[in-house]
Write a protein that binds this ligand. Structure first.
Ligand SMILES: *[C@@H]1O[C@H](CO)[C@@H](O)[C@H](O)[C@H]1NC(C)=O
Ligand SMILES: *[C@@H]1O[C@H](CO)[C@@H](O)[C@H](O)[C@H]1NC(C)=O
Ligand SMILES: *[C@@H]1O[C@H](CO)[C@@H](O)[C@H](O)[C@H]1NC(C)=O
Ligand SMILES: *[C@@H]1O[C@H](CO)[C@@H](O)[C@H](O)[C@H]1NC(C)=O
Ligand SMILES: *[C@@H]1O[C@H](CO)[C@@H](O)[C@H](O)[C@H]1NC(C)=O
Length: 369
């Protein structure tokens, strides 16, 4: 995004109750990354978004518009639950195949071939970069190893910002990992897999670590500050970013669904208070010279709520969120999308008899450019 590198915009959105700039606030202001507002696309829907035999014209144009205005399009992280169900398949004939089960909008298995990488190379603006999600969830090391081998061979270097091994590992259930599964067992598995993948594939590309699901206030020691204690920065190089996820509201259960409201979402005081819980994580990332990303986020978890997540009010919330996030030191805020999800910025192809469409939330990019 094209924010001016002046303190003014930070001061306007500072969490201080005073509107009068103070010397301290002015000196603490830093330029905001042009990619502060970025995107996360659910792995199983990436071909919907970017096209298969030809580019998706809507997505290409929207990303190109941002690049034309600010010089770079938003970063795109390709991940989510379905990155933990994805496998590279060298002899599959179709670009990407999803296996769905009734009542679940996220594929339970995803297989893709090398054509996916040609899409990522060619169906996007010239400056597009990706964070590429790898499968940790299924607990089979050959899966991420083959994914990296293929990405090293077919995905252009300039397209890759980093790899991310595993989605929301702090929420892996008993079907994914035997007990004990905690910050030590997670860290030790991921560190050893990454080192082995680096040795076998010779990759020099960077890594994004974490992608934690839990809110910072409830993480206990399964947290970014604890990764520093456990020597993640000494072991994972290059460590590009630490990542957390959050959705302030949820329709995953009827109890939480009852609390969802657009006025609640748009309340600036609530937004500012809610995000202060990430300050220790942001500081921990910066203390080891790495970025802090809110690496997957949106208004309402379990794919958004119609009439809340796809409204102009949600766009205003996103803009407020991004600017407040920048003020407290976040280096990127990655809004999640999937073809059928209400919090998506756009729906790239026809779905369920609804034509491809751009949602009002897309405005949060243009107005911040
Ligand atoms: C892409 O082209 C191939 C070869 O022409 C064809 O078999 C395939 O069905 C096409 N896929 C899509 C999604 O159009
Ligand atoms: C999904 O993939 C796993 C691992 O390859 C396999 O064991 C399982 O049978 C697959 N499930 C479905 C529904 O295809
Ligand atoms: C994390 O917290 C758990 C539960 O309080 C404790 O058993 C464990 O030893 C802690 N781990 C570290 C690395 O401090
Ligand atoms: C916004 O939230 C704050 C704190 O939770 C509350 O005191 C205030 O009344 C809310 N404002 C509106 C307009 O609802
Ligand atoms: C598809 O459309 C029908 C009718 O509008 C709606 O009831 C249903 O929830 C939609 N399904 C999805 C997955 O969005």
């Amino acid at each position: 995004m094209h924010f001016p590198a002046f303190p003014l915009i930070l001061l306007l959105f500072t969490k201080s109750s005073s509107c009068i700039p103070t010397a301290t606030q002015e000196f603490s202001a830093v330029p905001i990354s042009k990619q502060i507002a970025s995107l996360s696309i659910e792995f199983c829907y990436i071909v919907d978004y970017l096209g298969d035999n030809g580019s998706n014209k809507l997505s290409k144009q929207l990303l190109q518009n941002i690049q034309d205005i600010s010089g770079v399009p938003p970063l795109i992280r390709i991940g989510g639950h379905t990155q933990d169900a994805a496998k590279y398949c060298s002899d599959c004939s179709e670009t990407l195949v999803n296996v769905f089960v009734p009542g679940n909008l996220e594929a339970v298995n995803v297989t893709y071939n090398k054509n996916l990488f040609s899409i990522l190379n060619n169906h996007v603006p010239s400056e597009q970069q990706f964070i590429f999600g790898l499968n940790l969830g299924q607990d089979i090391e050959i899966f991420p190893q083959e994914e990296v081998e293929a990405a090293e061979q077919y995905l252009r270097d300039s397209r890759v910002q980093s790899y991310e091994l595993g989605n929301e590992p702090d929420f892996y259930g008993p079907s994914q990992r035997a007990a004990p599964w905690n910050v030590q067992t997670y860290t030790s598995q991921v560190v050893s897999w990454i080192k082995e993948i680096q040795a076998s594939t010779k990759t020099k590309r960077g890594w994004q670590f974490g992608a934690l699901a839990q809110e910072a206030q409830w993480q206990g020691n399964f947290s970014i500050p604890e990764f520093n204690v456990l020597d993640v920065p000494e072991n994972i190089k290059p460590l590009v970013a630490y990542s957390d996820h959050t959705y302030p509201y949820s329709i995953c259960s009827s109890a939480t669904a009852a609390l969802v409201s657009l006025p609640g979402l748009m309340n600036h005081t609530t937004t500012v208070n809610y995000f202060t819980q990430w300050i220790p994580s942001i500081q921990a990332a910066h203390s080891v010279g790495t970025l802090f990303y809110m690496g997957e986020t949106g208004s309402v978890s379990c794919h958004g709520k119609n009439g809340v997540s796809n409204t102009m009010g949600a766009a205003l919330w996103e803009l407020d969120y991004v600017l407040n996030g920048a003020t407290i030191g976040m280096d990127g805020v990655f809004f999640h999308m999937g073809t059928p999800f209400y919090y998506s910025m756009w729906q790239p192809v026809e779905f369920n008899s609804t034509a491809a469409t751009v949602y009002p939330t897309c405005v949060s990019f243009l107005s911040s450019s």
